[in-house]
Design a protein around this ligand. Structure first.
Ligand SMILES: Cc1cc2nc3c(=O)[nH]c(=O)nc-3n(C[C@H](O)[C@H](O)[C@H](O)COP(=O)(O)OP(=O)(O)OC[C@H]3O[C@@H](n4cnc5c(N)ncnc54)[C@H](O)[C@@H]3O)c2cc1C
Length: 242
């Protein structure tokens, strides 16, 4: 392991132990991490981790040593958090999720970003793919119960979908092929007239879908920019993103 990685491990990154791993759908693993900084963190739903999955592995390039994963759930008292990692990408993150074991040490850094829960609206529309499902679930669980929540979560096969951490199934799942902007717009046209009061749309996952739908909400539906919240999680022409 190089000097930079040693410094990263010792001075920059927090350390956690992988204490649980469960396959929760055909292509998604739930991973539970326990560590000191999880107890002490000032957490807002929407925070994510930069996991140093390749730290210590000299066979992979530096940019492939880190992947970002959203916090699906957190228990600060017990000092653990849960991630939901989709494996269809077949990249280094996916391979890590498939091969990691209970007892492994994991290095990570907290990231706050600006794709956070915002309870100022009356109604919400959540749109995303499997990579974004846990992020949308934590938003939904942290909104007051009087809010209207509509949803469109898609994947190409039904066996990919997983329920929320509390066993609930609050979202509508759709079997759609990759980059299904036209099919999503069709559903948006049915949903948006039913949304009442101030509205917010959250769109996350495939960057192509984020970009196209951002344009659609702004230009076709004339929504104000601050009501359209997008976060690209992956891009077909890139490895990793943040
Ligand atoms: C803020 C943030 C939060 C994220 N949270 C999560 C999360 O909670 N769960 C999660 O699974 N991912 C999440 N991601 C995505 C994650 O960081 C990785 O990009 C993803 O796991 C792919 O990594 P990889 O190394 O397996 O593939 P890469 O080496 O990054 O990519 C390999 C190939 O697969 C494609 N690809 C990447 N992701 C997908 C996908 N989901 N479906 C199909 N093709 C894909 C890439 O475009 C590339 O062509 C998040 C990303 C960001 C920026």
């Amino acid at each position: 392991m190089g000097l930079v990685e040693n410094v990263l491990k010792k001075l920059v990154l927090d350390e956690a132990i992988l204490i649980e791993k469960i396959k929760i759908s055909a292509s998604v693993f739930k991973i539970r991490l326990q560590g000191k900084s999880i107890k002490n963190t000032d957490f807002t739903p929407g925070y994510f981790l930069r996991l140093g999955i390749g730290i210590g592995n000299d066979n992979i390039s530096f940019k492939d040593k880190v992947r970002s994963y959203s916090v699906w759930d957190i228990n600060k008292t017990a000092g653990y958090l849960d991630l939901a990692i989709a494996t269809d990408s077949n990249g280094i993150g996916s391979q890590w999720a498939i091969n990691c074991k209970v007892g492994d040490t994991v290095y990570y850094k907290w990231k706050k970003g600006n794709f956070l829960v915002d309870d100022s609206a009356d109604s919400y529309l959540m749109i995303g793919d499997l990579s974004a499902l846990s992020h949308l679930y934590i938003f939904n669980r942290n909104l007051p119960t009087n809010k209207q929540v509509e949803s469109l979560v898609y994947s190409h096969k039904s066996s990919d979908f997983f329920e929320d951490i509390d066993g609930s199934k609050p979202f509508n799942f759709h079997n759609l092929e990759a980059n299904p902007v036209d099919a999503i717009v069709k559903v948006i046209k049915e949903i948006t007239p039913k949304m009442t009061g101030n509205r917010i749309v959250y769109i996350a996952g495939d960057s192509r879908v984020c970009v196209e739908l951002n344009h659609y909400f702004r230009n076709e539906l004339q929504w104000e920019t601050n009501k359209i919240k997008t976060k690209p999680f992956w891009n077909p022409d890139k490895k990793g993103l943040e």
